[in-house]
Design a binder for this molecule. Structure first.
Ligand code: 6GU
Length: 252
């Protein structure tokens, strides 16, 4: 997987990607990162990359030309390889695990990070294939969002996670949140690890964990639990547990 990021802050991207699992994946050659500075492609003698918005209004707009010239340089580097160009913007479609899975199958991915009040629409029309947001809140630029996306995508690239890391129970895989985890000591400041986890009884542990997942999902993300039920991802026994949960809630 080759990531290309067009940004005004390439050092920020490089620093963010250099550590931990993603750094290891880059060393192994499983993913690569090419962060390019849009400012290097301005023809303005003061290296300006933004200007006032036509029609007035607050803030500045990134000019089309440095962005388009930066992209054309990237195109040459990629030697005609097919690729999507993803613009990070709060106006985009919300990033999901399904989207990450789809993007992880690409060979080259180009990201465009905006700043200020956005980018001249004509540059977007000319080069962008997808517009993506990471959630309903506003950030100062696309750099943190692109790092979020590259992290979520990279861990799906074969070989990036080791066996243990990838066989971990997956939140969202079956629309349920993860169950709580515990490690030593058995008692911490008076709080005991749930007895069942010390029992060595694997079937009972598995049942307890699934119930904990259902409880948590019901409490925090009820719409995810509805989806899981709709898709028949709960066993008969788990559905019984769920119905009893609803009855208890009604009594309260
Ligand atoms: Cl992709 N960009 C910005 N600036 N803010 C965001 C975002 C993206 N996603 C959520 N908030």
């Amino acid at each position: 997987m080759n990531f290309h990021v067009m940004t005004l802050f390439p050092e920020m991207i490089e620093q963010g990607m250099a550590t931990s699992i993603l750094g290891r994946a880059m060393e192994k050659g499983l993913i690569s990162l090419n962060a390019v500075n849009i400012r290097d492609y301005t023809l303005d003698k003061h290296r300006r990359v933004d200007d006032y918005p036509y029609g007035g209004g607050a803030g500045m707009v990134m000019s089309a030309d440095p962005v388009v010239r930066c992209y054309r340089a990237l195109q040459e580097k990629m030697q005609g390889a097919k690729h999507r160009v993803i613009y990070l913007t709060p106006q985009g479609a919300t990033f999901t695990q399904t989207m990450a899975e789809e993007l992880a199958r690409e060979e080259e991915l180009v990201f465009l990070c905006g700043h200020y009040e956005g980018i001249d629409e004509r540059a977007l029309e000319m080069i962008v294939t997808d517009q993506v947001s990471i959630g309903d809140y506003v950030l100062t630029g696309g750099e943190l969002p692109v790092m979020v996306m590259m992290d979520a995508i990279s861990r799906l690239v074969p070989g990036v996670l080791n066996n243990q890391e990838s066989s971990e129970f997956e939140t969202f895989h079956d629309h349920l949140l993860e169950y709580p985890q515990y490690t030593r000591p058995e008692v911490y400041e008076g709080r005991r690890v749930p007895e069942v986890l010390l029992s060595g009884h694997h079937a009972r542990i598995e049942e307890w964990r699934r119930q904990q997942s259902i409880l948590r999902t019901k409490r925090v993300r009820p719409e995810l639990l509805e989806k899981a039920i709709e898709e028949k991802l709960l066993s008969k026994k788990e559905m019984k547990f769920y119905r009893e949960l609803l009855e208890e809630n009604e009594k309260e």
